[in-house]
Design a protein. Structure first.
Length: 269
């Protein structure tokens, strides 16, 4: 089967969880924490009303907030219908920098979610030729990092500035020691008040208290299939690239894997 021209109806998740607009925003936070999802569709009487992202959940000012889901939801940048081909779906998603997109019918009824990882899993299982490119051909170099001693408020500032969902964590010598993401902030219960504080307590919270260790890495001269397998195995969105001396030299994420696939089939740069 030609993946590129196959309708996404063969791949999208018909059981992807959703939340209703009248439910408390704190319930959305709980779902993000327990399900480890990147976003939640907001559905009312079967119709897609909007989405909630991790970033929006982190803006809830208190765990006792009475805010409703409808107060923090936003419109999706793009939606897909089941008959859209994989290649057109991927191009649409990359154009707006989205990794997951709601799937609806012509009446805007919610059907499920299509994600980049659905196709990456297929590419890995088939050992697709596009995964023979080297990692360093598609990685993002010049990585933005955070220091393990930084407060979470500084981490949040960088997330807002760069629009990144996660960062490698280094020590004072620049050595890679971990990774920290929006999910870590949600998991440890940080709210807007914590994240926007310019005068965090002396003893914390600091990034080293919430980061994930050890960092998961791949070598820059590996084939992309090794990076893709790592993303699938650990259910992560990005992996750090190192050289033979274990020095960090880039990051490769799901979007990079898809860009390689589109290039191979002549539909990308």
């Amino acid at each position: 089967m030609d993946i590129a021209q196959t309708p996404i109806s063969h791949f999208y998740d018909k059981n992807y969880p959703f939340i209703r607009p009248k439910e408390l925003a704190t319930k959305a936070r709980q779902l993000f924490r327990s399900l480890k999802v990147r976003f939640l569709p907001v559905v009312d009487e079967g119709r897609l009303e909007g989405i909630i992202t991790r970033e929006r959940v982190l803006l809830i000012s208190s765990t006792k907030s009475n805010a409703r889901v409808s107060d923090i939801m936003v419109d999706p940048k793009v939606t897909l219908t089941p008959d859209v081909t994989v290649v057109n779906a991927l191009k649409s998603m990359l154009s707006v920098d989205e990794w997951y997109v709601p799937v609806v019918n012509e009446r805007n009824s919610y059907l499920g979610v299509f994600g980049l990882d659905h196709i990456i899993s297929v590419l890995v299982n088939r050992e697709h030729p596009s995964l023979r490119y080297r990692v360093d051909e598609f990685m993002t170099p010049n990585v933005v990092t955070v220091n393990r001693k930084d407060h979470v408020s500084k981490l949040w500032s960088k997330m807002v500035k760069y629009r990144y969902a996660g960062f490698p964590v280094v020590d004072d010598e620049g050595k890679l020691v971990g990774v920290v993401t929006q999910y870590d902030l949600i998991k440890y219960g940080f709210t807007r008040i914590d994240l926007e504080s310019e005068s965090s307590p002396k003893r914390g919270p600091r990034i080293e208290e919430i980061m994930s260790t050890p960092p998961i890495t791949v070598k820059r001269d590996y084939q992309l299939i090794e990076a893709a397998r790592t993303l699938v195995k650990y259910e992560i969105g990005r992996v750090i690239v190192v050289d033979d001396e274990e020095h960090m030299c880039g990051i490769i994420d799901r979007e990079d894997i898809i860009r390689a696939y589109l290039k191979y089939i002549g539909m990308g740069e």
